[in-house]
Design a protein around this ligand. Structure first.
Ligand code: ATP
Ligand code: MG
Length: 236
């Protein structure tokens, strides 16, 4: 068990293919120190999401080892894994229920104050208060409908509340209008602690925006399942 995960991720001689299909990641070595913010870029089909999904353990590696703080991911309990590693996906899915319930998903013991505080931290509080029933608005009811950008903010608030050691984020490619885009970008920066008071979270972000790459400590360029460049944003 990992009572206090630090967020140190190591891929060693990792190979991965989906089922009996071809190897998507032929041989991957990658050491992500605890607290490092990594942006992953590369063309479509390069293997970026596959890499992210391995860390979130949607799949097990086919060969080699993938560890969190020195422990193989496949040896961690589901509870330890969910607590340590959170993945925010492009779809930013909301479940039926209230906005508050959606933020507390995975953390049902969270108090209303903690839920509101997480929403404030990522800049979601204002739009939520403007909904017909505020935090108690049912997201499926008329008037409770939330935009794509707002859904992203709710998923950021959810991740902020969960406060994992490792955050995996597949940045949305879908275009938002400019105000929503700014809102989401600001929320992302806060979630990552990029605005100063760093929560010291390890983060791997599949980045589509230059502004996201710019706030990373390290950028990986992936091509055909291999890391072909690895350096600071300034170097690349
Ligand atoms: P994009 O920028 O389009 O999101 P990506 O870099 O995230 O691309 P991946 O989704 O990791 O790329 O896909 C890498 C390769 O793995 C592609 O050849 C893709 O077709 C294949 N692939 C992805 N998911 C699956 C799956 N569930 N089953 C089989 N093959 C898959
Ligand atoms: Mg992808």
């Amino acid at each position: 068990a990992l009572p206090h995960p630090q967020g140190h991720i190591v891929f060693k001689d990792v190979e991965f293919g989906y089922g009996d299909g071809p190897l998507i990641l032929p041989r991957l070595d990658l050491d992500i120190p605890a607290g490092q913010r990594i942006a992953v870029v590369g063309q479509t089909g390069a293997g970026k999401s596959t890499l992210a999904k391995l860390i979130a353990r949607f799949y097990d590696v086919s060969a080699g080892s993938l560890t969190l703080d020195g422990v193989a991911l496949r040896q961690l309990s589901t509870a330890d894994l969910r607590r340590a590693i959170v993945m925010v996906t492009q779809e930013a899915f909301l479940f039926s229920g209230t906005v508050a319930e959606n933020i507390a998903l995975g953390n049902p013991q969270a108090s209303r104050a903690q839920i509101e505080s997480a929403a404030k931290e990522v800049g979601a509080d204002e739009f939520i208060r403007a909904l017909p029933d505020g935090y108690d608005t049912d997201v499926n009811k008329r008037g409770g409908r939330v935009s794509a950008g707002q859904r992203q903010l709710v998923s950021f608030a959810r991740a902020f509340l969960a406060n994992p050691a490792v955050l995996i984020l597949d940045e949305a490619t879908s275009s938002l209008d400019i105000p929503s885009e700014r809102m989401v970008q600001a929320g992302l920066h806060k979630l990552l602690g990029a605005d100063g008071d760093s929560p010291g979270r390890t983060a791997l972000i599949i980045a589509h925006r230059l502004s996201t790459v710019a706030i990373a400590d390290r950028v990986l360029v992936v091509h055909d399942g291999k890391i072909v460049e690895d350096g600071s944003p300034a170097e690349l």
